[in-house]
Design a protein around this ligand. Sequence first.
Ligand SMILES: Cc1ncc(COP(=O)(O)OP(=O)(O)O)c(N)n1
Ligand SMILES: Cc1nc(C(=O)O)sc1CCOP(=O)(O)O
Ligand SMILES: [Mg+2]
Length: 217
Amino acid sequence: MSASHPDHSHALPRRGLYLITPDDPETTRLLARVAAVLPQAALLQYRNKQADAVLRGEQARALLATCRERGVPLVINDDWQLAAEIGADGAHLGEDDGGLERAREVLGPRAILGASCYDRLDRAESAARAGASYLAFGAFFPSNTKPGARRADPSLLRASAHLGLPRVAIGGITPDNSPALVAAGAEYIAVVSGVFDAPDPVEAARAYRKVFEQAGG
Ligand SMILES: Cc1ncc(COP(=O)(O)OP(=O)(O)O)c(N)n1
Ligand SMILES: Cc1nc(C(=O)O)sc1CCOP(=O)(O)O
Ligand SMILES: [Mg+2]
C-alpha cells in the first residue's frame, strides 16, 4: 500500500481470470453456467445489459451466494447502488455509470471499484486518483459481446504500470491471444464469450488459467 493509493484493493486476488457473466434471463441456468466455471476464476462480474432492475437484483443476489460459497469476489457492473444494497464485493463503472468518488465514499475503502479506461491513459490516471482498485483497458480484439467497443493497444498496459494498480485486459480475448497481454502486464484477463460461448466452458476457463500458470503464477 502506498500513500497515494490507500488500501482500495484488499479483496483482490493477485491475478487471474476475471469472468463476466453473459446476458442470460434464466437465473437457474445462469447460476449453473457460472458454478461450473467459477473454480477457475479469480473474480466474477455480474453483467446483464438486457435485464430489468428486478431481474438484476434477483440474479446478483443469487450469484453472490454462489460466490461466497466458493470464496470468489463478486463485482456488479454499472450499478454501485445495487452492489451496496446486496453487500457485493464491489462495482465496475464505465464512462456512463457515475463517478468513482461517490461510489468509493458509499462502498467504503475496502470495496473493489473497477474503472473502464478504454484506450486512454489520461482516464486511467484520473481513475487512479479517484480511488479505483483496478484499471480496465480494451477492447484488445474484436468482441462479439460488444461489437462497437473502442480498440486499445497492448502498449497501454505497459504505459500504465507506473500507476501501481492492477490492470485488466478485456475485449475478444481468447486463451491463444492472452499470453501477449499478460506479458505486457495485465494482471487480469476479463472474458465473457471466450468462456461462456465455448463448446466446453470448463475446458476454456482452464485454458485461461493455464496462461497465468505458464507466465509464472
Ligand atoms: C472488467 C471490465 N472492463 C470493462 C468493462 C466495460 O464497462 P463499460 O464501458 O461501462 O461497458 P458495459 O460493460 O457497461 O457495457 C466491464 N464491464 N468490465
Ligand atoms: C464488456 C466489454 N467491455 C469492453 C471494453 O472494451 O471496454 S469489451 C467488452 C466485451 C467483453 O466480452 P468478450 O470477452 O466476449 O469479448
Ligand atoms: Mg458500464
